[in-house]
Write a protein of this length. Structure first.
Length: 113
């Protein structure tokens, strides 16, 4: 009988199962790795936002593609967390087609202790 092991890491002398804290413990002070993780996180967030707004509108990828003058495979690609070619103009087209607006905000970077 095998047991499922919970992923944990030590952070400040204590165990944690928080994914962000585990990533932080793994990346340490490697700026290139931290930048790659940050970029992947943003790509995943954008992909998820597109998926959410489309499904909340109750339409398929093909229907959204038709509304913005594109193709279903393009929408599929935009909804893929690994895709890194999101553009503001495409996000605007999607928002317009779904009677939404795009909001972008800048937030301060938390300083590492």
């Amino acid at each position: 009988m095998s047991k499922t092991r919970k992923n944990t890491a030590r952070r400040g002398g204590r165990k944690t199962s928080d994914a962000l804290e585990i990533l932080d413990a793994v990346t340490g002070d490697d700026p290139a790795l931290r930048e790659a993780i940050e970029e992947a996180t943003v790509n995943a967030m954008v992909a998820e936002a597109i998926y959410n707004v489309r499904t909340e509108a109750g339409i398929t990828q093909a229907e959204l593609a038709e509304r913005i003058g594109s193709t279903q495979p393009v929408i599929s690609q935009l909804e893929d967390a690994d895709y890194d070619g999101h553009s503001l103009s495409m996000l605007k087209r999607i928002a317009d087609a779904l009677r939404q607006r795009v909001e972008i905000r800048f937030v301060p970077v938390e300083q590492q202790a």
